[in-house]
Ligand binder design. Structure first.
Ligand code: SF4
Length: 369
């Protein structure tokens, strides 16, 4: 009854009420009547609970059928190996698929298994993570790899509760890994899932209720694919600004079909100019290491920043760089910085944890590949 109340609270109109009430009935576990009881239930017509169960089944199979046919061939979808799934889920936290796609294969080539990652130095893990940002994730991934290897004898956790005990793994990531790699019937909720469910129900659901509703929809037979299917739908069809409803496999179940208020456009972007010094001495480059106590990119290496006002000579080149809501115009100059740095031989650069912007500048200057 409590479950029915949760669902009824979400219902703003009669049409939706019918569907969701029926859906709640199915969720309450009312079994489909046998053919004998079907006769009792008004001849050939199925009971409401059976109809709602069939409707939920239909929704799940449409989403899964669409996902089987239309999912993007992303490298981490080649198989359900827990190590590969885990690395991809950590990389995908707060990072766009396109950026992860570029780094994922190279990272796995360098650290092809748990043992390789656990045995690597932190500097080499951070260097391989360069360009993905949020380096705390790389440190946690490395710490978790050591923990699994040494304290769990290399055996990955299976259930989502156990995954959450590892560094850097929250509720979403634990559920994603456990459902994709181990088929645990547990739903995930991210921004895409929240948007798709809100549009399907024509109502906003938040917090714990949202997790409950996602769990109701989940297909327990293919939880990993269902979770990925719902997220894929949000990423490619039920888009934040312009949902592509005519192509949506769930349109017949959807109570908004694109009429629901669209997600607000992102915050206005700001612009800034910054300058970095690129000085060479023979076969070495002058770099600075950020303090280990820095909140952003601690311990990473970067080119020395110089004041735009004092840079004097015209820049060697200028490039664009974006971080969250700021677009930077980056000038690269040859002037000697005020702060003392460390001369690093060019051959050592690729093994060093460089900031993403430093890598970008060194590539542009054709110092690294
Ligand atoms: S029909 Fe449109 S609004 Fe509804 S889930 Fe599909 S894409 Fe989203």
């Amino acid at each position: 009854m409590g479950q029915l109340r949760i669902v009824v609270l979400l219902i703003p109109n009669i049409q939706q009420a019918r569907w969701l009430t029926a859906y709640a009935g199915a969720r309450a576990g009312i079994a489909c009547p046998t053919s004998a009881s079907r006769t009792y239930n008004q001849g050939n017509r199925m009971s409401p609970s059976c109809q709602s169960k069939a409707r939920l089944h239909d929704l799940r199979s449409r989403l899964l059928g669409w996902y089987d046919q239309h999912r993007r061939p992303l490298p981490w979808r080649q198989n359900c190996d827990p190590y590969r799934v885990w690395v991809s889920e950590i990389m995908l936290q707060q990072t766009r698929v396109a950026a992860v796609r570029l780094r994922y294969e190279a990272f796995l080539k360098q650290f092809p298994c748990l043992r390789a990652l656990a045995g690597a130095s932190e500097a080499s893990v951070l260097a391989a993570w360069s360009g993905l940002g949020y380096y705390r994730r790389a440190r946690n991934l490395h710490a978790a790899a050591k923990l699994v290897l040494h304290q769990r004898q290399g055996k990955f956790p299976q259930g989502s509760d156990e995954w959450r005990e590892l560094p850097g793994i929250g509720r979403y990531t634990a559920a994603a890994i456990a459902s994709i790699a181990f088929q645990e019937p547990i739903a995930v909720v991210d921004g895409n899932v929240e948007r798709v469910l809100a549009r399907l129900l024509a109502d906003s659901v938040r917090g714990e209720k949202l997790w409950q509703v996602a769990q109701e929809f989940l297909d327990p037979k293919r939880p990993g694919d269902f979770n990925q299917g719902l997220m894929e739908l949000g990423a490619t069809i039920c888009l934040p600004i312009e949902p592509r409803c005519p192509e949506c496999p769930l349109r017949r179940f959807c109570h908004s079909r694109g009429t629901r208020q669209r997600t607000k456009r992102s915050l206005p972007r700001s612009r800034r100019e910054i300058a970095y010094s690129l000085v060479r001495k023979g076969n070495a480059i002058l770099l600075l290491q950020r303090a280990k106590t820095e909140s952003l990119m601690p311990g990473m290496w970067e080119l020395p920043e110089v004041s735009v006002e004092e840079m004097g000579a015209p820049p060697l080149f200028t490039l664009a760089h974006a971080i969250t809501v700021t677009d930077f115009k980056v000038r690269v100059v040859e002037s000697t910085p005020a702060r003392a740095g460390t001369w690093i031989r060019v051959g050592r650069l690729t093994g060093l944890p460089l900031t993403g912007l430093t890598k970008k500048i060194l590539r542009r200057a054709q110092i690294i590949d």
